[in-house]
Write a protein that binds this ligand. Sequence first.
Ligand SMILES: [Zn+2]
Length: 187
Amino acid sequence: MNQERSISLEWGGTIKYPARFTLVAAMNPCPCGYYGTDLCKCDERQVKKYQGKISGPILDRIDLQVEMSRLSTDERFAENESESSSAIRCKVEDARQRQSVRFQGAGILHNAAIPGGLVRELCKFSNDAFAHYRIKIEQNVLSTRSMDRLAKVARTVADLEASDEIGSEHIDKAASFVIGGLLREAF
Ligand SMILES: [Zn+2]
């Protein structure tokens, strides 16, 4: 979340203040924590009530939603095959550099800060990807905010892969973060 907010005061003044922060939060999918597996004992009403503690408008403002599936015993004892932090740092720095070049002189710091009206122009979709983007929006009845978020996250996925254009595969990957799975299925 990275925007300036204004508050209109009752006596006519306006205060502007920066509202840049990173929110990282975690939750269980249901009261018992096993939703999506045979072990879950919660009924549909309990799951809906539990997940309803976070309102739709709040979820709509969280850029990336990642579902963590339960690890098997083998996976827990497996060798760590993940990329090193330094390799990931290099990728992120390269992606940030691509954004700096893209937004040079535009007063935009990074993809998340692209103003709503400039999303289509600045995100650069391939023709196929733009058609795919429209289908995702329609299928998932996305709000305008979520629709823009999907494009911006796809732009970042493409930047991390050093791609000038957003492709359909970038839309799919971004959709897994933006649209979610279990949380959405429960409603
Ligand atoms: Zn449960």
